[in-house]
Design a protein around this ligand. Structure first.
Ligand code: NAD
Ligand code: UFG
Length: 338
């Protein structure tokens, strides 16, 4: 198939382009490079031997999106493009609602005009909000508690309404848990701009000497070691989950929801210990106050993806940390130093 990947130069997008190409698909990428570098795609091409067609296009520019569909006979879309920093979405909600919602509406309208009606959407475990019991199951009532999460929830609603209104659409809503790690080659990985918001990229920058120490946000939660539990998933497993979802919806119309997670929680200190093992030395850290908005613990019920897609995670926390560290050590400044 010919797959259009929006946000394909980003962290999860670039790994998914690689998995798609390895599965034999042709790939077209749209990205405005607001949070990524096209160097990622050059390196994916180096690894697969197959360059993806790249369009530096903003989803907010509907005509430019139309031009991409006019140029390529696309069979299906994987939609990653969006802004994703929870804290920034609280301080700049209009920027988030505008970019994520209008960008998605432009994409869907353009797809409809060009008779492309298969889409895999990057949703997030954040849609489960703060009131659901763990583990999270797809059939639970959703309700995000921050503007970023609400953009994901609202896009899920738009896609659900679309699927209900028009039986020609094939829609997969994928709720990711916490993606970490990098391709085992160490050539592509996560390259956050500025101070990393997320745990593993922060630990990696401490390990490589770009930051002094990790602040562990809260050591007094009601969890086995007092730190929060999350469901970490290797980005290569996550990328393969997209290929599996795409194969499933290629055969079936309708709206499908799947958690992509491992089904187990790991604590902040367990992640730190695993990363220290990968690096081979202790990583400076300090236990400090809780971060506003953090939930003590959540993880996926991962049974639906296994049953429907024959997909489950295969890589351990130690592999995630080893691969993340290989990428960081070989590319201390991310893509910018080349
Ligand atoms: P990323 O920032 O690396 O990738 C997103 C890409 O979208 C970037 O390359 C960015 O330049 C591009 N983009 C943003 N707005 C655009 C626009 N208007 N037009 C064109 N391109 C645009 O992030 P990621 O971690 O790879 O995440 C990919 C998707 O997965 C996002 O939708 C994110 O919300 C979702 N997600 C991520 C996580 C996570 O922890 N990384 C968890 C759950 C869900
Ligand atoms: N943490 C620290 N120190 C740091 C960064 C994080 O102790 O410097 C802790 C957090 O308090 C949390 C855990 O590490 O307990 C994981 O935090 P992340 O920020 O890496 O991940 P979150 O679970 O908070 O959020 C992530 C994504 C969201 C997404 C959510 C659910 O950032 O976009 O997973 O998928 F919505």
């Amino acid at each position: 198939m010919k797959i259009l990947v929006t946000g394909g130069t980003g962290y999860i997008g670039s790994h998914t382009v690689l998995s798609l190409q390895e599965a034999g698909h042709d790939v077209v990428v749209i990205d405005n490079l607001i949070n990524s570098s096209d160097e990622a795609l050059r390196r994916v091409a180096e690894l697969t031997g197959k360059p993806a067609a790249f369009h530096r296009t903003d989803l907010l520019d509907e005509q430019a999106v139309d031009a991409v569909f006019a140029e390529h006979a696309v069979d299906a879309v994987i939609h990653f493009a969006g802004l994703k920093a929870v804290g920034e979405s609280v301080s700049e909600p209009l920027k988030y609602y505008h970019n994520n919602l209008v960008g998605t509406l432009n994409l869907l309208r353009s797809m409809d005009r060009h008779n492309v009606r298969s889409i895999v959407f990057s949703s997030s475990a954040t849609v489960y909000g703060e009131h659901n019991a763990i583990p999270y199951v797809e059939k639970m009532e959703i309700g995000a508690n921050n503007p970023y999460g609400r953009t994901k929830e609202q896009i899920e609603d738009i896609l659900s309404d679309l699927g209900a209104a028009d039986g020609r659409w094939h829609i997969a809503l994928l709720r990711y848990f916490n993606p970490v790690g990098a391709h085992p080659s160490g050539r592509i990985g996560e390259d956050p701009q500025g101070i990393p918001n997320n745990l593993v990229p922060f630990i990696a920058q401490v390990a490589v000497g770009r930051r002094e120490k990790l602040m562990v946000f809260g050591g007094d939660y009601d969890t086995p070691d007092g730190t929060c539990l999350r469901d970490y998933i290797h980005v290569v497993d996550l990328a393969e989950g997209h290929v599996a979802a795409l194969n499933h919806i290629a055969e079936r119309a309708g709206v499908f929801r799947w958690n992509l997670g491992s089904g187990t929680g790991s604590s902040v200190l367990e992640v730190l210990r695993s990363f220290e093992k990968a690096v081979g030395r202790p990583i400076p850290h300090e236990i400090t106050g809780r971060r506003a908005g953090d939930l003590p613990a959540f993880w996926a019920d991962a049974t639906s993806a296994l049953a429907d897609l024959s997909w489950s995670t295969s890589k351990s926390l130690d592999q995630m940390c080893e691969d993340h560290w290989r990428w960081q050590k070989n590319n201390p400044q991310g893509y910018s130093a080349d």
